[in-house]
Write a protein that binds this ligand. Structure first.
Ligand code: SAM
Length: 264
């Protein structure tokens, strides 16, 4: 790397050093000239410099003060580039983008992968899509379907809010320092096809979390302490959560929402 930067492990700093992979990521994002893009963790700006010329506006959020200083000078005078120094988990994407439809991208710090995903799921109102490079095992869990051993909360929530797919698989050798795991680029294309029929999103999440909290158990057992099983009489609760798809979860959550709570 040509920058005097000592990578900080504590901030998940594994920099991409392969020009082909960077090019492939930028191509896979399918950017358009009118897009507003939020990049998480631009680092030294290796991906940023490929994205910025292709879009209307690029907002980059970097927590590391030294890297933020480097980026400010690297992109000085570039009109469509804005650097925001701080923690992505404290940012409101809607405020950053000024209510514009927003596309989120990033080679993210792996130690906060789930937090980042759920932070944006919770703030998806103006999100078009989100493409994140992450640990490959996590990517496989997101892309899993019912019956797959990896199918769990990440997959169900991803399928509830979006179409999720793995766009690229990236070996560990293209990062510096080299991480102990391979990576993959996942993209979620958000839609409200499922959530617009959902009566209570909080209840839906509690239901899915509770069931997968004891994924080997029949739902009759894992749900009985927290939910009104009478409201679920029409469902086969001898099934295990890994057998259910989004349509089943939605129907169960709506049945619970429609019924009076069984327990005070
Ligand atoms: N995009 C660069 C690349 O591909 O080489 C850097 C990727 S590195 C895996 C992750 C980046 O996220 C680092 O620059 C790190 O400082 C930054 N980062 C770590 N935690 C962050 C946080 N909470 N908010 C914003 N950026 C963060």
């Amino acid at each position: 790397m040509s920058y005097p930067i000592r990578p900080k492990k504590s901030l998940g700093q594994n920099f991409l050093v392969d020009g082909n992979v960077l090019h492939n990521i930028a191509e896979a994002l399918d950017l358009a000239p009118g897009d507003t893009v939020l990049e998480i963790g631009p680092g030294t700006g290796v991906l940023t410099e490929l994205l910025q010329p292709r879009v209307a506006r690029l907002i980059a959020v970097e927590i590391d003060r030294n890297l933020a200083a480097l980026l400010r000078s690297r992109f000085a005078g570039v009109d469509n580039f804005t650097l925001v120094e701080g923690d992505i988990l404290e940012m409101e994407p809607m405020l950053l983008a000024g209510e514009q439809p927003l596309r989120v991208v990033g080679n993210i710090p792996y130690y906060i992968t789930s937090q980042i995903i759920f932070h944006f799921f919770d703030r998806r109102r103006n999100l078009v899509d989100m493409a994140l490079l992450m640990q490959r095992e996590v990517a496989e869990r997101i892309a899993a379907g019912p019956g797959d051993p990896d199918y769990g909360i990440l997959a169900v929530m991803s399928r509830t809010f979006a179409e999720a797919e793995i766009l690229l698989r990236v070996p560990r050798t293209v990062f510096k320092p080299q991480p102990g795991v391979d990576s993959a680029l996942v993209r979620w294309r958000f839609h409200d096809r499922h959530t617009r029929t959902l009566a209570d999103e909080g209840l839906y999440r509690r239901l899915v979390r509770t069931a997968f909290g004891q994924r080997r158990k029949m739902m009759r057992k894992s749900l009985r302490d927290r939910f009104n099983l009478e409201a679920l009489a029409a469902f086969d609760l001898t099934r295990r959560p890994e057998e259910l798809d989004v349509a089943d979860w939605l129907a169960m959550a709506n049945a619970l929402a429609a019924a009076a709570p069984a327990r005070p």
